[in-house]
Design a protein around this ligand. Structure first.
Ligand code: ZN
Length: 256
């Protein structure tokens, strides 16, 4: 995978180079095809799998325009976080473009509830963008965790390093579904109820799991196609609810 500069107005554009010069797919919520444990996109004959951590790093670090070249459908999972992406962006630097930023300003409060997962996402007007996440898995090890991200916070340091996670009890089920084939203790925290984390792993932050769900939420909201200026509050977020809420919100309020 290569992430390349792109002209203002491009947005985030995937290019599957293995499928030819025209295999392009914009990172937009309209192309979300699968949200089980990850967020995948498909359309125009192009498929992009597990896009959320890269999209999170782009959104969290304020990158509005980039061309992402891939020579296979699935993005690398790396260490289960967005840290390698964030560090790579910092190492090359970001360019301020000569065009005013295209921002979607939230004008009215929006609420999305999902009874299936007991989740709720609200998007409200605010002077500066902010995201807040609460998770509750009824887990003794994890507890109820919260995490927040506001404009000006250091994404690379505070959010990007937070790793993906799962519960030991569900690992067998996920393997049967053909998922997490690349999963190891090097790229995920595994909660082993009620003892702690498998392999004696220690979280980087006491709320690392909530921070990772925030990381995922930012990645999913990158699919709005432009930054949202508003306050986003998510109770029990997940890729399915995040993308469905965003789709509904854009249907109602994105006049572009
Ligand atoms: Zn994730």
């Amino acid at each position: 995978m290569q992430v390349l500069p792109a002209p203002a107005g491009t947005g985030i554009l995937f290019h599957r180079t293995d499928l030819g010069p025209d295999a392009l797919l914009p990172a937009r919520v309209a192309y979300v095809s699968q949200t089980r444990r990850s967020t995948s996109l498909a359309g125009k004959g192009v498929k992009v799998v597990t896009a959320e951590h890269l999209l999170s790093a782009l959104y969290g670090m304020g990158v509005d325009n980039a061309r992402v070249e891939l020579d296979a459908p699935e993005l690398p999972i790396l260490d289960g976080s967005a840290k390698p992406y964030a560090e790579a962006f910092l190492s090359v630097g970001l360019l301020e473009q000569e065009v005013p930023r295209d921002v979607l300003v939230v004008k009215e409060p929006f609420v999305y509830e999902d009874t299936r997962s007991d989740s709720c996402i609200t998007i409200e007007p605010a002077a500066a963008p902010s995201f807040e996440v609460t998770i509750d898995y009824r887990s003794e090890v994890v507890g109820i965790q919260q995490a927040g991200f506001t404009a000006g916070d250091n994404y690379a340091r505070e959010i990007a390093p937070c790793r993906t996670f799962c519960f030991f009890q569900e690992v067998e089920f996920l393997l049967k579904l053909g998922l997490i084939k690349g999963g190891t203790l090097d790229n995920a925290l595994v909660v082993d109820e009620p003892k702690g984390y498998l392999g004696g792993k220690k979280p980087y932050f006491e709320n690392e799991l909530a921070r990772h769900k925030l990381l995922d939420l930012l990645g999913d909201f990158c699919l709005a196609g432009r930054p949202i200026q508003g306050k986003v509050t998510a109770y029990k977020p997940g890729h399915r609810v995040n993308t469905q809420a965003l789709k509904r919100f854009l249907d109602l309020y994105d006049e572009r």
